[in-house]
Design a protein around this ligand. Structure first.
Ligand SMILES: NC(=O)C1=CN([C@@H]2O[C@H](COP(=O)(O)OP(=O)(O)OC[C@H]3O[C@@H](n4cnc5c(N)ncnc54)[C@H](OP(=O)(O)O)[C@@H]3O)[C@@H](O)[C@H]2O)C=CC1
Ligand SMILES: O=C(OP(=O)(O)O)[C@H](O)COP(=O)(O)O
Length: 356
């Protein structure tokens, strides 16, 4: 049983903790926070021992009725591995703490690539993280791009990827972020940083990316153009993507015309927090012109990286091969199975058909 600590219990950290706890071969031994806010109370309810990320603030937890198991130092010393889910830039500062205790760590995509020995996406480079001490799970956008590129690269070869990323302005709770009423090229400089980030996973890939930010919190939407190595048909590409467990090809006829309805679908299906761990590719958008493939996909920024963190732990401890790990993670979380959007879709499709 791998003993896991989560440092930084926010949007990503709380999801990582629940996902780890759902696995049979790993457990959460504690989470670290800086303040006893509502998420601290949730952590306690879920039975996660609470550690003070900033020792001087430990008394605040006691005042709020939360028992503190210790300081973050102790959590790091006790854990077999730390999943660092602190805000961008803090993870890098924490690396010294992990090194001091010889505790391996996983960082998140907000950190620069050089924070770790390996940048990771389970589908694309699982084995690169084998026995590594420091691994970075790439960002939500890079994860979403990598999951599509990997099968395309294997099946047809990829000559060039061009992607426009319409990014949500902030997560639902991030009420100080924006834009509120604007459409921002972001970063204005073209190409954006996302292409180089994808190249941490596929070093030889030709890729250019452009980014925008819009007044939305639900999901990112990517418009992709991939020049493939071979002439293909849309049907062949569609089947290829449908065969990927972490890609949900949205069937036609469901009336899912945007991120809002995708989130409704996840909530209706009983997904925890309305999470969509899979890339959501609109089946109708898959279009082919010779070797040029086009598609739209939506990426749930808060949750697509969660199964990747679980697989990174298995890879680092050499517990399973890639397929076994990914299948086990997916089964325990319900990716594509329980609360299965495609299963739900079958039912919804039948209802739509009845209406026609
Ligand atoms: N949100 C997203 O869409 C995605 C984020 N990522 C990456 O994941 C990482 C975490 O992001 P996210 O979860 O969104 O961030 P959040 O701000 O939601 O969560 C981070 C949490 O860390 C806690 N924290 C702050 N400072 C410290 C500290 N010094 N030590 C321990 N905990 C601290 C804060 O909680 P408190 O102060 O209450 O303890 C905060 O809630 C970043 O690298 C980000 O780029 C990757 C993919 C998607
Ligand atoms: O890493 C992310 O996005 P990015 O790949 O667009 O930088 C996550 O969605 C977090 O982004 P944020 O820094 O806008 O919160």
């Amino acid at each position: 049983m791998i003993r896991v600590g989560v440092n930084g219990y926010g949007t990503i950290g709380k999801r990582v903790a629940d996902a780890v706890e759902a696995q049979p071969d790993m457990e959460i031994i504690g989470v670290a926070k800086t303040q006893p806010n509502f998420e601290a109370h949730t952590a306690v309810k879920r039975g996660y021992p609470m550690y003070a990320a900033i020792p001087e603030r430990a008394p605040l937890f006691a005042e709020a009725g939360i028992e503190v198991a210790g300081e973050v130092d102790e959590l790091v010393a006790e854990a077999d591995i730390i999943v660092d889910c602190t805000p961008s830039g803090i993870g890098e500062q924490n690396r010294e703490l992990y090194e001091t205790h010889h505790t391996p760590a996983i960082f998140q995509g907000g950190e620069s690539a050089d924070v770790a020995d390996v940048s990771f996406n389970a589908r694309s480079n699982f084995d690169a993280a084998r026995d590594a001490d420091y691994v970075r799970v790439v960002s939500c956008n890079t994860t979403g791009l990598s999951r599509v590129i990997a099968p395309l690269e294997e099946e047809y070869g990829v000559e060039k990827v061009r992607a426009t990323l319409v990014r949500r302005g902030g997560d639902p709770g991030q009420n100080s972020r924006g834009p509120i009423n604007d459409i921002l090229p972001n970063p204005i400089k073209v190409p954006s940083h996302h292409g180089p980030d994808v190249k941490t996973i596929f070093p030889d890939l030709e890729i250019d990316t452009l980014g925008l930010k819009v007044p939305a919190t639900l999901m990112h939407v990517h418009a992709l153009n991939v020049t493939l190595g071979d002439d293909v048909t849309g049907a062949h590409v569609r089947q290829l993507l449908e065969d990927e467990d972490r890609i949900y090809v949205i069937p036609e006829g469901l009336g899912i015309d945007g991120a809002g309805k995708l989130k409704d679908l996840a909530l209706d299906a009983g997904r925890p927090r309305g999470d969509l761990w899979e890339n959501c590719v609109w089946g109708e958008s898959i279009g082919v012109n010779g070797r040029d493939l086009y598609l739209f996909q939506a990426i749930h920024q808060e949750s697509d990286v969660i199964p990747e963190n679980v697989d990174a732990i298995r890879a680092m401890f050499d517990l399973e091969d890639k397929e076994t790990s990914m299948q086990r993670t997916d089964r325990q979380l319900g990716v594509g199975i329980s609360g299965d959007p495609s299963g739900f879709s079958e039912q919804a499709r039948a209802e739509f058909a009845d209406d026609d």
